[in-house]
Design a protein around this ligand. Structure first.
Ligand SMILES: *Cc1c(COP(=O)(O)O)cnc(C)c1O
Length: 428
């Protein structure tokens, strides 16, 4: 280790010691002390309290209380978890509910939005968006057969999309703008206020996808006058594998925005078993069928942790963490053929860092190899050439970032990645 490394080691140890959120790490299940987990943006870590809640729910509530569990706890869970999430994304309690997947919720809201803008043909998104969002829109257009068109703003650098590029597409023929607030590949973060205003001034509605934003950056849906939003809970929000997604519909729009999926849980009084559907008032209208109680129960304790930590403190630490990783990148990695796949300006950056390298995949494999170095490091690979490091302020440390960069440098400098082949797993 050279002299400068010693300096960084001291500095990161200090940052950890002074970190106001340092005690939150102890709230998570961290059994393997040599593991450095930088994939909280794909699957968040397990809160210890979620483990206990799940054991109680399965053993006592399901095991002993059986059907009585619905009235005693389960029925209110989609709305109750939605209320807890509302404060984390700048919405009112009556505007958020948790159900289904992000893709399904986007289907429901985009369909509702198109009906609210009859005669307008354009749907605008961008070419750095998450593919599922684009597929959902393509499917809606195909199914409705009303001549809608999806137009994509084009990113010049593969990292960001400028206001100008969107402004050229959004016009008075635009029904809907669908964008991901924090880009899944680059972590580029839009100016939500500015883009929402742009859409509104042209009479269009906006749906924000908050998958990589919720729990990672402060979101101000109400303050930005956002119309609708969707997002998943298993990434930074630590809901557990496949935990249900959330949806937000601005209060004033809830009457007019009609879900295309009329299920019994979105009905006014499901247990009246009326043969004719009557929509529930408010956000419950967007529920479809029975909620996923096991996953809602693992999500709820995590939302309590976020409420305690506060998004402002989380954002402050996140900016420090991504900033540290970029400083180390400029000092050690840029010379090794890496390029930055993330905005350099923290105002435009979420909570993950992307490095690009022609050998990104094999470098990733070396990091994931338990026999390589003192630590097993888990980032993820996003084609064609991105290594993503999700930095979760609740449990990641500054020292972990330092160790990871040391390890990346060693793997590339000593050409260790050459020992790995390029076969790709199903989930990367
Ligand atoms: C992860 C992710 C999704 C996937 O959501 P599902 O709940 O699997 O449908 C959608 N959009 C973005 C931006 C994502 O990052």
């Amino acid at each position: 280790m050279n002299e400068n490394w010693e300096k960084w080691k001291k500095r990161t140890t200090e940052l950890d010691r002074e970190d106001p959120l340092r005690e939150f790490r102890d709230l998570f299940s961290i059994k393997d002390k040599s593991l450095i987990y930088f994939d909280g943006n794909s699957l968040g870590m397990l809160p210890l309290e979620s483990e206990k809640t799940a054991a109680r729910l399965i053993g006592e509530e399901w095991g002993e209380r059986l059907i009585r569990g619905w009235n005693e706890n389960w029925w209110e869970m989609p709305a109750r978890t939605g209320e807890k999430l509302a404060g984390i994304i700048g919405a009112e309690k009556s505007e958020v509910i948790i159900c289904d997947s992000t893709s399904v919720n986007l289907y429901k809201l985009a369909s509702a939005a198109l009906r609210m803008r009859p005669g307008r043909r354009k749907i605008v998104s961008d070419d750095i968006n998450f593919p599922s969002d684009l597929y959902i829109i393509q499917g809606i257009i195909d199914y409705r057969g009303e001549g809608h068109m999806l137009e994509l703003a084009h990113s010049q650098d593969g990292i960001s999309v400028s206001y100008k590029e969107l402004a050229e597409l959004i016009d008075n023929d635009t029904a809907l703008v669908v964008l991901t607030y924090v880009s899944f590949r680059s972590a580029y973060m839009y100016d939500m206020n500015e883009i929402t205003d742009l859409a509104h001034s042209n009479g269009a509605l906006v749906i924000w996808d908050l998958c990589h934003a919720a729990g990672a950056v402060p979101v101000e849906l109400n303050r930005c006058n956002a119309d609708m939003a969707v997002g998943c809970t298993y990434k930074y929000l630590n809901g557990g594998p496949g935990s249900p997604a959330f949806m937000y519909v601005r209060k004033e729009l809830q009457k007019e925005a009609v879900s295309p999926v009329w299920g019994w849980l979105g009905e006014k009084d499901p247990f009246e078993f009326s043969l004719q559907y009557r929509p529930a008032m408010g956000i419950r209208h967007y529920l479809t069928g029975s909620p996923n109680i096991l996953s809602l129960c693992t999500l709820e304790p995590s939302l309590d942790i976020f409420q305690k930590a506060g998004m402002d403190r989380i954002r402050t630490k996140s900016i420090k963490m991504t900033g540290l990783m970029l400083d180390l990148y400029y000092e050690y990695l840029e010379v090794l053929g890496f390029r930055l796949g993330t905005p350099a300006d923290s105002d435009q950056r979420g909570s993950h860092i992307s490095f690009k390298h022609t050998e990104a995949f094999r470098i990733c494999k070396a990091l994931l190899d338990p026999d390589q170095g003192d630590h097993l490091i888990i980032p993820d690979f996003r084609p064609p050439d991105n290594i993503r490091f999700g930095l979760a302020p609740l449990y990641n440390t500054f020292s972990e970032i330092f160790i990871a960069v040391c390890e990346i440098e060693r793997i590339v400098k000593e050409r260790i990645f050459l020992n790995y082949d390029s076969t790709v797993d199903k989930v990367t």
